[in-house]
Write a protein that binds this ligand. Structure first.
Ligand SMILES: *Cc1c(COP(=O)(O)O)cnc(C)c1O
Length: 347
């Protein structure tokens, strides 16, 4: 039986391989070949890594099994995070399982409904901050200096250890490294983690090449692309609505070392990718996730990718943010319950 990613990749996770592992059998997510987007993705061999299939619906579970396992084995009794939604959902679930108190700070009014519902039912102490994510994260850092609580944001190094296993799974499924990996970038923890994972597989000769890391930010929240802190980040992709990424330097290192690049896409481009992914591929991913595909579509407009193996990371599940779906797709038909009406609307 599959027992979660710490067990599967214990040889690469020695610092968190304890007797008592806190897991929800995260990881081992679907790796799906794209079938209907060839013409707009430069004729590449495209795959999606569907992280929305994790137990709480995002890749954050990879990091959280690691961070919470480490916290419990260090004797911690409570954890804290700032969150645009998915970190709080994941932290709350793993903390519940471990019997820890979980405190989450979320920017008021800017968290998708499904994510808030998750933190609620998992029993976290939810505190809304009248400010943005970056301000909430600063509060978390200060709080952790004043009372005994473990931070489980991606500044916690064990989060990145868990998240690097996404790269391992991709290589294990492909039998090699991809040529390019596109992914959304918010706090830049995940791009840092993936790059670490690829490098470890390369150093251990599991793969003999490395992918170019291709980061994608939302146009209204693109600090790394623009090289400056964004005071009031804005985008429909709330999971990457971040103006001052915690792992900024590490992301730049990953981009440089891998000879990759980072670019920004507009909310319209994100929503276009969101529609394409669901209507052409049958995959429902939340808006932030679709930035990866939007970034690839933009890149393919003036780069030749034919024959290249490309992976888009789909970081979170579309069900978390039903409001966006309803705004985009609100074309419902109404009939009386009789067959003539039905035949009418169908013809
Ligand atoms: C957290 C998150 C991101 C951004 O990841 P970072 O590590 O902050 O760059 C992207 N998409 C989703 C769905 C997320 O939950």
């Amino acid at each position: 039986m599959y027992k979660g990613l710490i067990e599967r990749y214990k040889d690469y996770l020695k610092d968190i391989y304890f007797q008592n592992i806190i897991t929800l059998n995260e990881g081992n997510t679907p790796f799906i070949r794209s079938s209907n987007l060839k013409d707009i993705t430069g004729n590449c061999n495209l795959y999606f890594k569907y992280e929305g299939a994790n137990p709480t619906g995002s890749f954050k579970d990879r990091g959280m099994t690691a961070a919470i396992t480490k916290a419990v084995n260090d004797g911690s009794k409570s954890v804290i995070c700032a969150s645009t939604g998915n970190t709080s959902a994941s932290a709350a679930a793993y903390a519940a399982r471990a019997g820890l108190r979980c405190i989450v700070l979320i920017p008021e009014g800017k968290v998708a409904m499904g994510k808030l519902a998750q933190a609620l039912v998992y029993g976290a102490d939810i505190i809304q901050v009248k400010g943005n994510f970056d301000e909430a994260l600063n509060l978390v850092k200060e709080a952790a200096e004043r009372f005994p609580v473990t931070i489980v944001n991606s500044i916690n190094p064990y989060r990145l250890e868990g998240q690097k296993t996404g790269a391992f799974e991709i290589c294990d499924d492909l039998g090699k490294a991809p040529d390019y990996q596109f992914m959304p970038v918010g706090n830049a923890g995940n791009i840092t983690a993936y790059w670490k994972g690829y490098k470890e597989y390369w150093e251990n000769k599991v793969i003999d090449s490395l992918p170019k890391m291709m980061g994608v930010q939302a146009a209204g929240a693109a600090p790394i692309v623009e090289g400056r802190v964004i005071k009031n980040p804005e985008t429909i992709a709330t999971a990457i609505r971040i103006g001052n990424p915690a792992s900024w330097d590490k992301a730049n290192a990953a981009l440089k070392e891998s000879q990759g690049a980072i670019d920004k896409v507009t909310d319209d481009e994100i929503l276009e990718a969101y529609r394409l992914l669901s209507s052409k591929e049958g995959i429902f991913a939340e808006p932030a996730s679709c930035a990866s595909l939007a970034g690839l579509i933009k890149y393919a407009k003036n780069h030749d990718l034919s024959g290249k193996t490309v992976v888009c990371i789909l970081t979170g599940n579309g069900l978390k943010d039903p409001d966006t779906a309803m705004d985009v797709e609100m074309d419902l038909k109404y009939i009386s319950p009789n067959i003539d009406d039905l035949m009418n609307v169908l013809s």
